[in-house]
Unconditional design. Structure first.
Length: 129
């Protein structure tokens, strides 16, 4: 396409008119959006404690990792009372079937997420009238 062809097309003085009902449908959509209630604000006051705990945990984990890299693993054996506590915690989790509980929770979470994904992508969203 040459510049002269482009100039001829753009300089065309014909008026472009919208299809019938276009302006009315646009005005309906504008009025519907204006009448809609404002969005619900995010509850930052309730989420702030969890975010603070997550940040503190992340800082503690990074600090421990850096110290472990700099100084190496501790050479002292685990104290006897700690070893007994770890063994009893492992025995309790084995007796309660913690692996099966974790598997059930993971499968439940995955099925809910998958259902939510399918529902949001395949079903049409209906507008309020």
């Amino acid at each position: 396409m040459r510049d002269s062809d482009l100039d001829r097309i753009l300089s065309n003085e014909e008026e472009i008119l919208p299809s019938s009902g276009f302006a009315a449908s646009v005005m309906e959509a504008v009025q519907r959006e204006a009448a809609a209630p404002p969005p619900i604000p995010f509850p930052w006051k309730r989420a702030l404690p969890g975010l603070c705990v997550a940040a503190i945990t992340l800082v503690a984990l990074l600090t421990a990792s850096i110290l472990l890299l700099l100084h190496g693993a501790p050479t002292q054996p685990i104290p006897r009372h700690w070893r007994a506590a770890l063994n009893s915690a492992a025995a309790v989790s084995q007796n309660l079937g913690a692996a099966w509980i974790i598997l059930a929770l993971a499968l439940s979470f995955a099925s809910v997420k998958l259902a939510t994904l399918f529902a949001s992508t395949r079903l049409p969203r209906y507008e309020r009238t």
